[in-house]
Design a protein around this ligand. Structure first.
Ligand SMILES: Cc1cc2nc3c(=O)[nH]c(=O)nc-3n(C[C@H](O)[C@H](O)[C@H](O)COP(=O)(O)OP(=O)(O)OC[C@H]3O[C@@H](n4cnc5c(N)ncnc54)[C@H](O)[C@@H]3O)c2cc1C
Length: 461
């Protein structure tokens, strides 16, 4: 890739003497040589979904990824609604080869005597009974190589550093820096920000807002010799509630289990001088049901922490850019929705960008549709996320009844089946009504829980 000079916005619209015009045309020609239709910042699940879908349609797509695949990433539990997306991308067999089958989710509560297993096969739509747990290093590499195979040009070790939008909706110039310090520039008709929690555009445009209703942090690691269940349920995710939040327990295919604590920021502050692994271990001991499954556990990775998270950008798009996946919004991972939302946003973006580039008259409508669907996922999952540590919601999860198919609707949500035509919405509204009525019946407990949560959500000073 040849290095090219930045076009200067003002000169492009002003009358130029012939010599300068000639120089500009030369510069323009140079720029055209390295131009592309769509430039994607970030080669995670969102970027590696939109890129091949557009490349297949004949667009010149460039993906910039600051890391080199395979690289570590947290977020290992997938949902049944991911499966049709894998088939759509043509990677179903590759994912099957690296995935641990996940047929459901188990909820374990210290306040209840039984555990509750949800099986995706009992959801409203019985045709998507399973998903996978994956090592993200392997999973993300499959997706990015697929993007390359389908015709996208992928630059790894290449970090986007600036995006200059051109006047008259003519696209943008994207500047990037390679690992070796070389600066590269592309002129793109459309820019996709799929930079994950780096939130490249939202941060620069100052449109990223912390979610005032939620605030949590995570500490996690990989363990061997953890006691798993036998048979088909071995790969199910388990969620263990404890006094300070909840734990995930995600069995991976090679005998390693991913265990992570999601907790309130105030609790993170109680870590003091302890190492992250000591802090994680001490908290596991505070959750007896989990501790019992980890008596012989051996830590086989570094323990990592992710700070306060839960945010969204004020908007999902502009005339010639979109924000996808975590680059648009991040919600608590309790329902394993992140990768699905990222990939789904890639699918939606491919449709919208195609319209914008081929049929500008239809662009506003296409972007409005994109916007509506982008907001749907975070909104629907968040209603449950805000309440998942609430005693009334815990009771509903631990003793779900199927009045008016509310249990099936809940399972469909847990399976990520919210973007299609499955008619779950009236039953989900009924479930919410049941929640509000139950909260009223236990008014004192509800008020206490609501006040406690309000205090916990506040960021510690
Ligand atoms: C603690 C925790 C647990 C989670 N658990 C789950 C789970 O179990 N299941 C689930 O589905 N989701 C989970 N998630 C969420 C999930 O990890 C994300 O939602 C998902 O990875 C989002 O995909 P993405 O493509 O939007 O972003 P990412 O996967 O983060 O990909 C973004 C890519 O952009 C690259 N990048 C960033 N900046 C630049 C730049 N300037 N130039 C070039 N490249 C750049 C990064 O290197 C990265 O590869 C979890 C998240 C956390 C924090």
């Amino acid at each position: 890739m040849r290095q090219i000079p930045l076009p200067i916005m003002n000169t492009r619209n002003s009358p130029e003497p012939e010599v300068e015009k000639e120089a500009m045309n030369k510069e323009q020609a140079e720029i055209d040589e390295t131009s592309c239709d769509v430039l994607v910042i970030g080669g995670g699940p969102a970027g590696a979904t939109v890129a091949p879908l557009l490349a297949e349609r004949g667009y010149r797509v460039v993906v910039l990824e600051k890391a080199h695949h395979p690289r570590f990433h947290i977020g290992e539990s997938l949902l049944p609604a991911n499966m049709p997306l894998f088939d759509r991308l043509g990677v179903g067999d590759h994912i099957r080869a690296i995935g641990m089958e996940k047929w459901g989710a188990e909820f374990v509560s210290p306040w209840h005597e039984h555990t509750q297993m949800f099986e995706f096969g009992d959801a409203w739509d019985k045709s998507q009974p399973m998903a996978y747990q994956v090592r993200r290093s392997e999973f993300d590499e499959i997706l990015i190589r697929n993007a390359e195979r389908k015709g996208a040009t992928v630059f790894e070790g290449c970090k986007a550093t600036a995006v200059d939008f051109l006047s008259n909706r003519e696209g943008a110039v994207v500047t990037a820096e390679r690992d070796d310090g070389e600066t590269l520039r592309w002129r793109a008709r459309f820019v996709v920000d799929a930079s994950g929690r780096d939130t490249f555009l939202a941060s620069r445009m100052q449109i990223k807002q912390r979610n005032p209703k939620h605030n949590s942090a995570a500490v996690y690691g990989h363990f061997r010799d953890v006691q798993r269940k036998a048979g088909q349920v071995e790969g199910n995710i388990s969620i263990f509630w404890f006094d300070h939040g909840w734990f995930w327990f995600i069995p991976l295919v090679d005998g390693v289990t991913s265990v992570g604590m999601v907790t309130w920021p105030y609790h993170m502050k109680s870590r003091g001088e302890r190492s992250l692994s000591a802090f994680l271990n001490d908290n596991i001991q505070q959750c007896p049901a989990l501790a019992a499954r980890m008596v012989d556990a051996v830590l086989v990775s570094d323990v990592e922490a992710t700070g306060n998270y839960a945010y969204s950008a004020d908007r999902t798009h502009g005339d010639n850019y979109v924000l996808l996946g975590d680059a648009y919004a991040f919600i608590d991972p309790v329902f394993s929705s992140g990768v699905l939302l990222a990939m789904q946003s890639g699918l939606l973006a491919a449709e919208a960008i195609d319209q914008c580039l081929t049929n500008p008259a239809r662009a506003p409508a296409a972007l409005r549709r994109f916007d509506k669907m982008m907001r749907l996922g975070p909104r629907e999952f968040s209603w449950f996320i805000y309440r998942v540590t609430n005693p009334t919601m815990r009771d509903l999860f631990m003793g779900p009844r199927n009045i008016l198919r509310v249990r099936e609707a809940l399972l469909s949500l847990l399976a990520g089946d919210i973007f299609g035509k499955t008619p779950i919405w009236p039953s989900l509204w009924m479930l919410k009504l049941i929640y509000y009525v139950s909260s009223l019946r236990h008014l004192r407990r509800s008020l206490k829980a609501w006040k406690a949560r309000r205090d916990l959500v506040r960021a510690p000073s």
